[in-house]
Design a protein around this ligand. Structure first.
Ligand code: 13P
Length: 255
């Protein structure tokens, strides 16, 4: 059986001033440097990537990016490329629901970004998840499967081993209402079997799967205890160092 490392990432979204970002990173180092059995990633807004990386120096906690474009360079005003991020970051989030639903990224755009990221040393965190309407219509699995196949069907098995999946049901993001542990487990198992079908059982067994959507210290233990959930992609609660460290502690204990 594969032993998977737990992986906790804090997606700060479009929050924090420079001072707040550096202070938050320093507090997370203080509280979470000891949990080196867990992959720990802070994902600040683009302008704070370098100061946050500097604040994390030597801690074993890495920095990530919230998105990137699919070209390496050129006349793409406002965009940031994977090759720019690769010397600074360990991970880059792709296909976050806010990118898909507010900023209009479709499956093809996400797939192109993933392919570009895999040409660098970065690990993509591919976000998938259904809306409330899709869940209520009984289409949650079909939506997640479509998102996974679109991004992952064309990549190699070797590249698949660098991909992290974040299952983030849209209805649970920022609402305070997390998926139940049963629902999170059920979808994580479905994601694992879909990846097994695409790239073989070793890939399915090995892939790190995060749950995201209203994760906080009070529900982390239960969610991290799910056998197919390997960690969390945390939004709001990652802006509070005490909360975020408690979630990392839950992953260290449960993973
Ligand atoms: P919340 O934890 O604020 O619900 O956000 C989840 C998320 O979108 C992480 O990427």
């Amino acid at each position: 059986m594969t032993t998977r490392r737990s992986i906790i990432a804090g997606n700060w979204k479009m929050n924090t001033s420079l001072d707040e970002a550096v202070s938050l990173a320093s507090q997370v180092v203080e509280g979470a440097a000891e949990f080196d059995g867990v992959d720990r990633i802070l994902i600040p807004p683009f302008p704070w990537i370098i100061p946050v990386r500097d604040a994390l120096s030597g801690s074993g906690i890495t920095v990530g990016a919230q998105t990137c474009y699919h070209e390496d360079s050129g006349a793409f005003t406002g965009e940031v490329s994977p090759t720019m991020l690769a010397p600074l970051c360990s991970h880059v989030v792709l296909g976050h629901s806010e990118r898909r639903h507010i900023l209009g990224e479709d499956d093809a755009a996400v797939a192109a970004r993933l392919e570009a990221v895999l040409r660098t040393s970065l690990s993509p965190i591919l976000c998938v998840g259904e809306t409330l309407e899709e869940r209520e219509a009984g289409n949650a699995n079909a939506v997640v499967e479509r998102q996974l196949r679109s991004a992952l069907a064309g990549i190699t098995q070797a590249d698949m081993s660098r991909v992290v999946i974040a299952y983030e049901p849209v209805w649970a993001i920022g609402t305070g209402v997390a998926a139940s542990a049963d629902d999170a487990q059920e979808m994580a198992a479905f994601v694992r079997s879909t990846i097994g079908a695409l790239h073989g059982s070793t890939a399915g067994d090995g892939v790190q799967i995060q749950y995201g959507g209203s994760v906080k210290s009070s529900n982390a233990e239960e969610l991290m205890a799910c056998p197919d959930v390997d960690g969390a992609l945390v939004g709001g609660a990652s802006l509070d160092a005490g909360e975020f460290v408690a979630i990392i502690r839950a992953a260290a204990a449960g993973g």
